[in-house]
Design a protein around this ligand. Structure first.
Ligand SMILES: CC(C)(COP(=O)(O)OP(=O)(O)OC[C@H]1O[C@@H](n2cnc3c(N)ncnc32)[C@H](O)[C@@H]1OP(=O)(O)O)[C@@H](O)C(=O)NCCC(=O)NCCS
Length: 332
């Protein structure tokens, strides 16, 4: 009997046209291009300016890009997972709306929220459904309209985040390619260090919460940075050891793009040379659930069938982990 593994067989993406550069941010808050570049590696980010469009718009565009590129019939999709920290609405699943809009009307869908680790956790979920043998096509979309929860007077957060979406298709593989191993962790100690204070069941929206600006993301950047560096590096090192991999066995590191210094620390712990570390943070900033698929999309041309890829992420909550994946195709 052949064992089923879950492989990524197609990638799609979408970012909005509007570019918010460091230079423009200099006119909005007390910051400068040199500080942002040296502290984070970010030069610009994309922003969805249309006030009548939410995260679903980005997710639909990325999914449609994948469907067109891979030439698949949306009716064949069994399941849609929308990884996102910024759903269109608090209630009424955004993933369900997206699935219907892209014509995946035979699929069931839902949202998955684990802050910046949403897509990594979603990979685990999508793979498990495929490996069960019950589902043949699972579409995983990572999409976030971070600009909808960013306070553009807070220089500690507004320089970091951007909007975007990416999508991957998981299908069964019988050659042993696809997801090989995963190490996923979480720790509620992180709740106080990266959050939106109001608008949930604990502190519902009120006149006071709006007046006091409690609906934007706030973070203790230094503390988040410390946990991110340690945990992303630990998780990546652990997954290498557990699979008897050394730095020469790894073809690519696909890290969450939150801060170039966090990426460098992870790569250094894995003893990886720079050329194996895939980075596009300078173009998009931190797009939360969209960073990993946007990296796969931007560097798809470099990935070869059989390549060993380590994906790693860290996010609010805290949530973090690492996945070992064997790439399943050469780009046509
Ligand atoms: C936010 C982050 C870039 C800040 O970098 P940092 O090196 O930790 O900087 P600090 O917060 O210690 O601030 C250092 C100084 O720069 C200042 N500063 C903060 N933001 C600034 C900005 N945008 N421009 C200029 N100066 C800034 C601070 O006020 C501080 O000044 P002080 O020393 O006079 O008090 C960094 O902490 C980070 O990336 N954290 C992780 C964030 C993250 O990954 N979040 C998403 C979860 S995945």
């Amino acid at each position: 009997m052949n064992t089923i593994t879950a492989a990524i067989t197609a990638v799609g993406a979408y970012v909005p046209d509007f570019v918010l550069s460091n230079k423009v941010l200099e006119t909005m808050v007390d910051t400068n291009d040199e500080w942002i570049t040296s502290r984070t590696g970010i030069k610009e980010r994309r922003i969805l300016k249309d006030t009548d469009k939410g995260t679903s718009f980005l997710a639909i565009k990325a999914a449609q890009d994948l469907i067109a590129k891979a030439n698949i019939d949306p009716l064949e999709i069994d399941m849609v997972i929308l990884a996102s920290a910024t759903p269109d609405m608090p209630v009424a699943s955004t993933g369900v709306f997206v699935a219907t809009q892209i014509g995946a009307t035979n699929a069931f869908a839902y949202d998955l929220q684990a802050a910046c680790s949403s897509f990594l956790y979603g990979m685990s979920t999508a793979s498990a459904y495929i490996a069960s043998g019950k589902y043949k096509k699972v579409l995983l979309i990572g999409a976030d309209k971070m600009s909808s929860i960013v306070d553009y007077t807070d220089r500690a957060t507004c320089i970091i985040f951007g909007d975007g979406a990416g999508a991957v298709l998981f299908e069964p593989n019988y050659e042993g390619l696809g997801l090989q191993d995963e190490y996923l962790r979480s720790d509620g100690v992180g709740r106080d260090f990266l959050k939106i204070d109001a608008g949930g069941s604990l502190n519902p929206t009120s006149y006071e919460t709006v007046r006091d600006n409690k609906h934007s993301i706030v973070q203790d950047g230094k503390t988040v940075f410390k946990y991110a560096v340690t945990n992303m590096a630990d998780a990546s090192e652990l997954i290498l050891k557990r699979n008897n991999l050394t730095n020469t066995d790894v073809d690519w590191l696909v890290p969450h793009q939150a801060n170039k210094r966090i990426i460098d620390a992870t790569a250094s712990r894995m003893e990886l040379e720079d050329s194996k570390v895939l980075v596009n943070i300078e173009k998009y900033g931190n797009t939360t659930s969209a960073t990993l698929p946007l990296v796969l999309y931007d560097f798809e041309h470099l990935l070869k069938k059989g390549d060993n890829i380590i994906l790693a992420a860290f996010g609010g909550g805290f949530t973090w982990g690492s996945i070992y994946l064997k790439w399943a195709y050469d780009k046509k």
